[in-house]
Design a protein around this ligand. Sequence first.
Ligand SMILES: NC(=O)c1ccc[n+]([C@@H]2O[C@H](COP(=O)([O-])OP(=O)(O)OC[C@H]3O[C@@H](n4cnc5c(N)ncnc54)[C@H](OP(=O)(O)O)[C@@H]3O)[C@@H](O)[C@H]2O)c1
Length: 271
Amino acid sequence: MGSKQYKVTIVGTGNIGGAIARGLTQGTVIEPSNITCTDRSQALLDKIQAFNPAVHVSHDNIEAVRGAEIVIIAVKPWMVESVIDEIKTTLDYDTQVVVSIAAGVTFEQLTAYLTKRSGMNRSTPPIFRVIPNTAIEVRSSMTFVSACDASQEQTELILSIFNELGNALLVDERLMTAGTALASSGIAFALRYIRAAIEGGVELGFYPQEAQEIVVHTVKGAVDLLLNNKSNPEQEIDRVTTPGGITIRGLNEMELSGFTSSVIRGLKASK
Ligand SMILES: NC(=O)c1ccc[n+]([C@@H]2O[C@H](COP(=O)([O-])OP(=O)(O)OC[C@H]3O[C@@H](n4cnc5c(N)ncnc54)[C@H](OP(=O)(O)O)[C@@H]3O)[C@@H](O)[C@H]2O)c1
């Protein structure tokens, strides 16, 4: 599988399906005119076409999946089975891969929904599970990809698609739940730190808007340091903590209140 000429159909153009479609139209892997979006809501289809008129839209899932090499199912988890039932006979497992975005729907379930039986023969397509986070909206998602019966070429294609929408990591399915806690719920945890720091900033004397600007850019700076220097947090912390200084006093006070253990406990509770 090379690039550019692949057709993608996204079934369900809500929060995540819509964000994927918008992100892909701004990327280089898939041509906007090779993207088809379906939904029950005309308003959502109008929205994606207003964003990029080259994208095809449809209410007809069966027609929309015909000829697409990549079929992305982006409906709520409890709707996945009925969507697959609807499109299954049209899908060609020799030429199409199925990508499920639905949280918590396992390969075992997807395989059961997708299996076609003909006499003694059973067939299933290459299947991917993908768990993005809400930053997919701004093409900055930490996305987990897991593959079942897929070739390396197909896996690389799916990774390249989701790398255009942030950072994609290939993991075993057994790590999808942990990944969801660390990255999907994790975005809420990072935001809660930001909110707490803003509240602290107001107590220190800044207006809320100023405090938010300060905290957001401070966090962005911390992330940029880690990404650019390829360092670990402790190395960067060491550079700020003068012995006997105010930063280490602040950090130790936070730890006394259970900062690290709260984060770890929260992550484990989210799993
Ligand atoms: N939101 C997140 O942060 C997040 C993160 C990771 C994974 N996910 C997963 O992403 C999936 C989608 O979540 P979402 O938040 O994007 O949901 P959503 O906003 O409700 O989007 C799903 C869309 O699919 C439409 N739909 C339902 N049945 C359909 C059908 N048969 N054919 C075509 N379209 C259909 C829905 O229409 P109706 O409203 O009329 O039903 C809705 O517009 C979920 O499985 C979720 O687990 C979400």
